[in-house]
Design a protein around this ligand. Structure first.
Ligand code: SF4
Length: 818
């Protein structure tokens, strides 16, 4: 690669042999543009950001040239840089010792490979030509067989990412091991399928509007040619499916998917317009991976899809319904500024965007990459929903499989190092429906004589399927367990035998006696109790460090708070407690938002508001507008604003809460709620299910269901403890009867921080009560935040170095571990 004079930089792509030339002025302009708009703490990293210095794109570019030793010599700089663009430069992507961020290189690669759209690739030679990726001669013949069996299709956006990121190439580049026939042909159970309609759950159906995708992921069950070549449904088929929903009043949500449903505008229009007229339909969930791998789809033709979505969302709202976009991202290298822009734009228009992430061995299975992925997406406005463990066992995708224990253990890392609002739930999609680990499902035992299969406990019962898929319970790989739900055989390795929990016994008859919510537990009287304990001292009155990534602060906090935040770059979230209410504290809230906006690593300000529950009328139009002005959803240096509130039961939620939530979400402000389980008051499956449905209907995200340890519980549940059996019953009912989108995370709060019930914690049952081992935390974890940290006296250290602490207000009526 040489500089051909001073006007252009010549690039020879090594593996494909293609020669290209890019005008130097374009490379300079692109650099200035990138550095001005995207050189933020999160997108390029703190070191690179610091070496650029302040100023506009031109000044930052000058700073970069200087740092790399090319002051006044941009031609020399780009000649040194181009080997990084085709992967022949140093593996750590450095120029004279300065590491250049992936996103910066990607922006320059757009000048080298500027095409949009996607291409089907038929043979190995074309594949190498397109991607410049190396295919050894010894593999070419087999790879051709793979491509004939499982087609290859790539967007140019993906091609650029694949050239720079092995973790992106790993997902889309065909490989010879795909010829291995081990695994299933697909993950669906046939009897749920009727035309374009699938029904796996009582209250929702899936519409398959289009059978192919713009890009083919190698791990997906749709890799089979037959699946991709299936005929697409017609508008008449769509109309039939709409009539099915019209005559099925149990169906509340429709997942519109494919393939990619956005490849069929006619079907999409017919679907949304048809479903809009059905009273009992509440939510349309539009699933597409194109946000990540083919964002051009949303931007071409003058952003026609974006306009369509906003318009249809408005119409749906007029009919009392909502739209959500489901997308999936796997690795942070898939996150591009343009994808973030799409998410931000949708969320600002009141369309929730939620993220699902398949767990792929050797790609996103270590922890830090997922933490970075979720932090970036959250700043743009997305909501993290599920990590699917393990990768579904499909023919020829065994390279992506990992034992279930790897996926379960990843929660420990995420819980410790990521904001609680950014951690998805850990879920496994069994052939009869999904379950969430250690609340609505768990591994029971290995399947005898089948070393690749285990029994998984699901929350589903034989009765559950009667109305819509009666054959489901006659499958040979299903059994009814002692507590009356279904276990199903699942193809996976467990990884750790200790993670098999066995079957939960049937509980001896239990007759709960519900009582009314006492006045003392309602509304404002609880406000002083809503303060969480600091897990390490901060030395600053009014500032509590409640997690590595999160602080809580009073509105009146002074400059020393911002100094503390600036000095701790792992902190991403700030919860503000406006003691005298949101309205009265507006001036102070604005000031805090202004200061936080200047701190690059802070990307969320969360206002804890009991007024939202007790006095929603306080949120006047001017107040909502003022809050919206503080909400800076953005690709570059976001500061996302959220309202945190809480309710105890469904009857507390009114039409006023629903209207207010809609006004806030239409300005891109998320409202989420936490609820403490209170013995005798709301610790019943029906009660929490009703609350869950009410939250969903109102558009409020049910974030945490506190099982124990919340300040209110420490008072109330001492006398009225919650039974662990009820926790599992509640979670099972929500997973079975809810939409899948509305269930909370089940949380224990302790003086050492919060943990997920059963997932990042384990229970020790003793005569003196229940103690819990906090699997995410250890002494060094706290000392990273506060070097002189000492564990409280009542904390022991388990054999694995994890703290063990008593839990009050929680009992267990059986010996079962969770
Ligand atoms: S986009 Fe989704 S449906 Fe299409 S190939 Fe990838 S994972 Fe499969």
């Amino acid at each position: 690669m040489t500089n051909s004079g001073t006007d252009a930089v010549r690039i020879v792509l090594k593996n494909s042999g293609r020669e290209l030339s890019v005008p130097l002025s374009l490379l300079e302009d692109k650099s200035r543009e990138f550095l001005e708009n995207y050189a933020t703490f999160d997108l390029v990293g703190p070191e690179f950001r610091a070496l650029l210095g302040e100023g506009d794109g031109t000044e930052r570019f000058t700073g970069l040239l200087r740092a790399c030793g090319f002051e006044d010599d941009s031609a020399g700089f780009f000649s040194a840089l181009v080997p990084l663009l085709d992967g022949t430069g140093p593996a750590d992507a450095t120029v004279r010792g300065i590491r250049l961020p992936y996103l910066y290189l990607l922006s320059l690669l757009e000048l080298v490979i500027p095409q949009h759209g996607y291409v089907s690739v038929k043979d190995v030679e074309s594949l190498v030509d397109l991607t410049n990726l190396e295919v050894p001669d010894s593999q070419r013949e087999d790879l051709q067989k793979v491509m004939e069996m499982y087609p290859v299709r790539l967007s140019y956006h993906t091609v650029r990412q694949m050239m720079l990121s092995p973790d992106v190439a790993y997902q889309y580049m065909p490989f010879v091991e795909e010829l291995d026939p081990v695994g299933h042909a697909n993950t669906w159970i046939g009897q749920f399928h009727q035309g374009l309609l699938e029904q796996m759950y009582q209250n929702r159906v899936i519409y398959l509007l289009n059978m192919s995708c713009p890009v083919y992921c190698r791990f997906c069950f749709r890799k089979h040619k037959e699946s991709r070549n299936e005929e697409n449904p017609t508008v008449e088929d769509v109309e039939k499916a709409i009539e099915h929903v019209r005559s099925s009043p149990d169906i509340k949500e429709i997942v519109i998917t494919g393939g990619d449903p956005f490849l069929s505008r006619r079907n999409m229009e017919a679907t949304i317009d048809g479903l809009m007229t059905i009273d009992h339909v509440q939510t349309l969930r539009l699933a597409t991976r194109s946000v990540a791998y083919y964002p051009d789809l949303f931007l071409r033709k003058d952003e026609s899809w974006m306009k369509f979505l906003k318009h249809k969302n408005y119409e749906l709202q007029l009919h009392g319904k909502r739209m959500e976009i489901a997308t999936h991202f796997i690795h942070p290298d898939e996150v591009s500024p343009v994808s973030l822009e799409i998410i931000t734009e949708l969320v600002k228009s009141g369309i929730a965007v939620y993220i699902q992430t398949p767990f792929l061995k050797d790609c996103n299975d270590r922890g830090p990459e997922l933490a970075r992925l979720f932090k970036l997406l959250r700043g743009a406005g997305a909501e993290m929903h599920y990590i699917y463990i393990p990768c579904s066992p499909i023919h020829g995708n065994s390279v992506y499989w990992s034992p279930l224990s790897d996926g379960i253990d990843i929660a420990e890392y995420l819980r410790a190092h990521l904001s609680d609002r950014s951690v998805p739930k850990i879920c496994t999609a069994t052939p009869i429906g999904k379950m969430e680990w250690y609340t609505s499902g768990w591994a029971v035992e290995p399947v005898e004589g089948e070393e690749n299969f285990i029994w998984i406990r699901t929350p589903y019962t034989p009765d559950y399927f009667k109305s819509f898929a009666p054959l489901a319970t006659e499958l040979p790989n299903i059994r009814v367990n002692p507590e009356g739900t279904l276990d199903i055989q699942y193809m996976a390795k467990m990884g750790k035998d200790a993670y098999f929990l066995g079957s939960r016994p049937l509980r001896i008859q239990h007759v709960p006696v519900p009582m009314d919510v006492p006045e003392t537990l309602k509304g404002l009287s609880l406000r002083p109790l809503l303060r969480c304990e600091s897990i390490v001292p901060t030395g600053i009155p009014g500032l509590d460090r409640v997690h590595e990534t999160r602080v809580e602060m009073d509105c009146r906090a002074g400059e020393e708070v911002f100094e503390y935040l600036r000095e701790n770059p792992v902190i991403s979230d700030v919860i503000v407690r406006p003691e005298s209410g949101v309205g009265e504290s507006l001036y102070r809230l604005k000031r805090i938002a202004g200061e936080l906006g200047k701190i690059g690593h802070i990307n969320a300000m969360r206002i804890r508001s009991s007024e939202f529950t007790c006095a929603p009328e306080v949120f006047s139009r001017p107040l909502v507008t003022a809050l919206a002005d503080m909400n800076h959803l953005s690709v570059s240096g976001p500061l996302r604003l959220e309202i945190e509130t809480w309710f105890l039961n469904a009857s507390q939620l009114t039409g006023e809460h629903r209207r207010l939530t809609r006004r806030l979400t239409n300005r891109g402000i998320t409202v989420y709620a936490n609820t403490p389980l209170l013995g005798g008051i709301n610790d019943f499956p029906d009660e929490i299910c009703q609350l869950t449905f009410a939250y969903r209907k109102a558009g409020i995200e049910f974030h945490h269901l506190y099982v124990a340890g919340h300040p209110v519980q420490r008072e109330w549940n001492r006398e009225h403890p919650v039974d662990m059996y009820d926790v599992i019953d509640i979670a099972s009912k929500i997973r079975r009867e809810g939409s899948g989108r509305e269930g909370p995370r089940y949380i224990l709060q302790t003086p050492l921080g919060e943990v997920y019930y059963g997932l990042t914690s384990s229970f020790i049952h003793g005569e003196d009560g229940i103690r819990v081992k906090l699997d995410s935390y250890s002494l060094p974890y706290f000392r990273e935040m506060y070097p002189d940290y000492q564990l409280p006296e009542n904390v022991e250290i388990g054999k694995d170095g994890k703290p063990v602490i008593p839990v009050s207000g929680l009992v267990s009526s059986t010996e079962f571990p969770i």
